[in-house]
Design a protein around this ligand. Structure first.
Ligand code: PEP
Ligand code: MN
Length: 368
């Protein structure tokens, strides 16, 4: 189901100066000098709309730097007055909202550790009732799309019109290259479900390390994201939080200049012709795939009937193991990733089991 939350398009947001909508600034406000100097250098890049800075920091361990607090809000106000940049910070409870609004903060974002909690999101929504401010909702730390959508809906109910989502990746138990796994299919599905909600990528928190920020940003732009939020600090190695993933304003400028902006659509009839023809081919292959899966299910059902007659269990793990090994080798030879083969065949196998279960239990296949 596609939902319209009655929000405004990002093109109509104050300060919008073309795609990508850029938000940049340090992970945390640390000192007046660090904030002002970073902001001045970022303003000079001439591409950034919002200067970000954490004032209250949600830290995993209690002994880490937990943010400068109220004093930092004065510095953000000063940034706005001296550079003309809009300013934004993270809020995690209603007191944060009231304090930030008192200092004229233009953008508030709800962090990944807060958007998991409907009580807190509701509390923030109540504090925002009737206020006209930009609000961005980061994805919850766990890959739960409904929770993310629920948090966005709660904020929309406060009447927030300039409302967006930030994709900052999802935590995982295993160590991976990136600090947080992007799970791109989740924001893509968010886009399908809430097509009117601007989508911003936060490559800094996905990457966890400077070296990957460009590739993640480019991927987000290729997926037609509306904007990027990138952490930048005048002296990243000395940062009190997220030192490894922050860029100097100069490196940020260089990174932004290397990003390639592709058009989300075109009206050129020659390009549309070629694309149209290629898309027809894709549709044909997709129909083939469905026909093939249907045929495979028919065979699975025949096997199911046979197992029933002979009183054999549905799951035959040795046989399943054999299938996985075989298709992995075949898939690799065809240049397909093991991840794809794994996802497709687990889903197909589950579907076969479901068909066989029905045969075993009532002998009738219903069309659900
Ligand atoms: C941040 O933006 O600095 C932050 C704490 O982000 P997240 O909620 O994505 O961890
Ligand atoms: Mn950070």
């Amino acid at each position: 189901m596609v939902v319209n939350l009655n929000t405004t398009q990002i093109q109509d947001w104050r300060g919008f100066n073309g795609r990508p909508f850029l938000i940049a600034g340090p992970c945390s406000a640390e000192t007046e000098e660090q904030v002002m100097e970073t902001a001045k250098q970022i303003a000079k890049i001439n591409k950034v709309t919002v200067f970000r800075s954490g004032i209250w920091k949600p830290r995993t361990r209690p002994s880490s730097f937990e943010g400068i607090g109220l004093e930092g809000l004065k510095w953000l106000k000063q940034v706005k007055e001296e550079t003309g940049l809009l300013v934004g910070t993270e809020v995690a409870n209603e007191r944060h909202v009231y304090e930030a609004l008192k200092y004229g903060i233009d953008m508030l974002w709800i962090g990944a550790r807060t958007s998991v909690n409907p009580f807190t999101v509701q509390e923030i929504s109540n504090a925002l009732n009737g206020v006209d401010v930009m609000v961005l909702v980061k994805n919850p730390v766990n890959p739960d799309l409904e929770l993310w959508i629920g948090a966005i809906e709660r904020i929309a109910k406060a009447g927030i019109k300039r409302l967006g989502a930030i994709h900052r990746g999802f935590s995982a138990f295993e160590k991976t290259t990136y600090r947080n796994q992007p799970n791109w299919q989740l924001p893509i599905e968010l886009r399908r479900r809430l097509p009117y909600i601007p989508l911003i990528c936060d490559p800094s928190h996905i990457a966890g390390s400077r070296e990957y920020i460009h590739e993640i940003s480019q991927k987000a732009l290729d997926l037609n994201y509306d904007g990027l939020m990138i952490e930048s600090h005048i002296d990243p190695d000395k940062a009190l939080s997220d030192a490894r993933q922050q860029l100097t304003p100069n490196d940020l400028k260089e990174l932004l200049s290397r990003l390639i902006l592709r058009n989300p659509s075109t009206t050129d009839p020659r390009i549309l012709d070629v694309l149209g023809e290629l898309r027809q081919q894709i549709d044909i292959y997709d129909d083939h795939l469905i026909d093939l899966i249907e045929q495979r299910m028919k065979v699975a059902e025949t096997i199911g009937k046979y197992k029933k007659e002979n009183n054999i269990t549905i799951l035959q793990s040795v046989r399943w193991d054999e299938i996985v090994k075989r298709v992995m080798i075949h898939g690799q030879a065809k240049g397909l990733s093991t991840e794809l083969i794994d996802i497709i065949f687990k889903a197909i196998h589950q579907e076969s089991i479901n068909h066989q279960m029905k045969i075993m239990n009532d002998g009738v296949i219903s069309e659900e």
